[in-house]
Design a protein around this ligand. Structure first.
Ligand code: T5A
Length: 216
C-alpha cells in the first residue's frame, strides 16, 4: 500500500550518545513556532503512553535483552507511537520533530549489536509500511566528546550508555553509512562545536531542505 501523504512534515534527529539532540530540538521547535507553524516534539523510545511503558523495559539496566528482542520492542513502541501520536499530528498539519526514530534501531541494534539489516527492514515494513521521515538530521560528534558530555550530566547511565567504546564507534560509523546511503533524506551535521554554531548549521539545513524561513 502506498504511503499516506500528510499535511505536516516529519523531522527526525539521530546520533550517538551526547550528540546534543534534545538541546537542538528545543531550539528548532521554538524557531518553527516563531515562523507560525504548529509543532509537536516527541521522542523514542516512547512518545505515547504505550511506547513509554515499553521504554521502561528497554532502558532498565537490569534487563538483558538479545538483539532481536530489543529490535522487536523498539518497533512495537514505534508502531504505537506512530499510530497514536505521530500520524494524527501529521494529518493535522503539524511539523513533528522526533528525538530518534528507526535509524537508531539500524545503528544500535544493527551496527551496534549485529542484527541483520534484512531483519530490521522487515520489522520496519510491518510497523510503518512505506512511511519515512521528510528529513533526518544526524548530529555527529567524536565518541569521546559525546561520552564526556554524558559523564558531565547528573544521573546513572542507562543500558546503552554503559556499552563499551567499540560499540559507540560502530554506532557512529553506522549513522554515517545510513546518511551516505540515503542522501535525499539525511544530512550529517558536525556537532562538535558551540551550541549556537550547531543551531545555525541545523537551521540552514532545515530551511534549505524543507523550504521554510526560520526565525530564531
Ligand atoms: N535506542 C533508541 C536504541 O537502541 N534503538 C532505538 O531504536 C531507539 C529509538 C535512548 C536510548 O535508546 C537507544 C539509544 C539511546 O541510548 P535517551 O535517554 O532517550 O536514550 O537518550 P538519548 O537519545 O541518547 O539522548 P540524550 O538526552 O542522552 O542525549 P542528546 O539528546 O543527544 O543530548 P543533549 O542535548 O541532552 O546533550 C547532552 C549534554 O551535552 C550538552 C548538553 O547541555 C547536555 O548536558 N551539550 C553540549 N555541550 C557542548 N557543546 C554542545 N554543542 C552541546 N550540545 C549539548
Amino acid at each position: 500500500m502506498p504511503a499516506e501523504i500528510f499535511a505536516g512534515k516529519f523531522i527526525t534527529f539521530e546520533g550517538g550518545e551526547g550528540a546534543g539532540k534534545s538541546t537542538q530540538i528545543k531550539r528548532l521547535a521554538s524557531a518553527l513556532e516563531n515562523s507560525g507553524l504548529s509543532v509537536t516534539s516527541t521522542r523514542e523510545p516512547g512518545g505515547s503512553p504505550g511506547a513509554e511503558t515499553i521504554r521502561g523495559l528497554l532502558l532498565d539496566t537490569a534487563a538483558d535483552w538479545d538483539a532481536p528482542t530489543e529490535a522487536l520492542l523498539h518497533f512495537a513502541a514505534r508502531a504505537d507511537h506512530f499510530t497514536t501520536r505521530i500520524a494524527p499530528a501529521l494529518r493535522n498539519g503539524d511539523w513533528v520533530i522526533c528525538d530518534r526514530f528507526a535509524d537508531s534501531t539500524r545503528a544500535y541494534q544493527g551496527y551496534g549489536l549485529g542484527l541483520s539489516m534484512e531483519a530490521i527492514e522487515t520489522l520496519y515494513r510491518v510497523a510503518l509500511g512505506e512511511f519515512a521521515p521528510d528529513l533526518t538530521v544526524i548530529l555527529d560528534v567524536p565518541v569521546e566528546i559525546g561520552m564526556q558530555r554524558m559523564n558531565a550530566r547528573d544521573g546513572d547511565p542507562d543500558r546503552y550508555e554503559r556499552m563499551d567504546i567499540a560499540f559507540h564507534e560502530r554506532l557512529r560509523q553506522g549513522f554515517l553509512d545510513i546518511a551516505g546511503n540515503n542522501p535525499d533524506r539525511c544530512e550529517v551535521i558536525a556537532a562538535n562545536a558551540d551550541i549556537e554554531i550547531v543551531t545555525a548549521r541545523i537551521f540552514d539545513c532545515v530551511a534549505r531542505r524543507l523550504g521554510v524561513t526560520l526565525q530564531a
